[in-house]
Design a protein around this ligand. Structure first.
Ligand SMILES: [Zn+2]
Length: 244
């Protein structure tokens, strides 16, 4: 029959091992969420680059269309101007003049639009260049981080496996009932099921335990629980201080 003190020591050992595992799991999760954030950022840049590129291509296509229309209209204007020399009636003359004026006005509008497109293209191109530069840097950083993460993960998983063996050994020292209680509390109390009580304070929830409970705790004849956080508690002596 194990003494309660032994049981508590075993529980504390198991708790320490489980906290090591928890820490490793948190490091693994942090590493992967960091990578996830980097990937997301690169993907956002790539999306913006694709958008800017599409806008430039659209503008370029529209500009070519407008330039072709301007040329066509210029040819037409030239043709009507030649015809002006040989018209017979004033009505015909006026009609040709109006055609020429209309075509010139339409070309003016097209040229204004071309200027707007070129200005927009300049703006978009600058944004695109900026994004490309940032994206390239982030892609390089991501590639390096991914490589690093592979090594880190390997190392962490290696330590995890070793610790799991330690955990098995620690768990075997406990009877099923207590181990079951430990697991249940651990699940609902953020991985911490066993905590010390020092100077009347539970080190799981940092609340005072009732004086009677504290007295019982000092006796070490039953495995007690904190009335506030329900964790298994044990008496933890004051740390020895080096001062005074
Ligand atoms: Zn507590």
């Amino acid at each position: 029959m194990r003494t309660l003190r032994e049981v508590i020591r075993n529980l504390v050992q198991l708790q320490a091992v489980d906290l090591e595992i928890k820490k490793i799991d948190e490091e693994l999760a942090a590493a992967s969420s960091e990578l996830e954030a980097m990937r997301k950022s690169v993907a956002d840049h790539q999306e913006a680059i694709a958008e800017y590129t599409a806008r430039l291509e659209e503008g370029e296509a529209r500009r070519k269309e407008l330039e072709a229309a301007v040329e066509e209209a210029q040819a037409m204007i030239k043709d009507r101007q030649n015809k002006l020399m040989s018209v017979q009636t004033n009505r015909e003359y006026q009609s040709l003049l109006k055609e020429i004026d209309d075509a010139k006005a339409a070309n003016k509008e097209r040229e204004d639009e071309i200027v707007r497109i070129l200005e927009e293209a300049e703006y978009v191109q600058a944004r695109l260049d900026e994004r490309r530069e940032v994206c390239e840097k982030e892609e390089k950083a991501l590639a390096a981080a991914e490589k690093e993460a592979v090594d880190k993960e390997k190392k962490l998983n290696g330590s995890r496996e070793k610790i799991l063996k330690k955990r098995d050994a620690a768990a075997k020292k406990l009877d099923e009932k207590r181990l079951g209680r430990y697991e249940k509390i651990r699940e609902v109390r953020d991985g911490v099921a066993v905590v010390g009580v020092r100077d009347g304070v539970c080190y799981g929830c940092y609340m005072n335990v009732p004086p009677q409970l504290y007295n019982n705790l000092l006796k070490e004849d039953a495995l007690l629980s904190c009335p506030t956080c329900n964790r298994m508690i044990y008496y933890m002596p004051e740390p020895e201080t080096t001062e005074g």
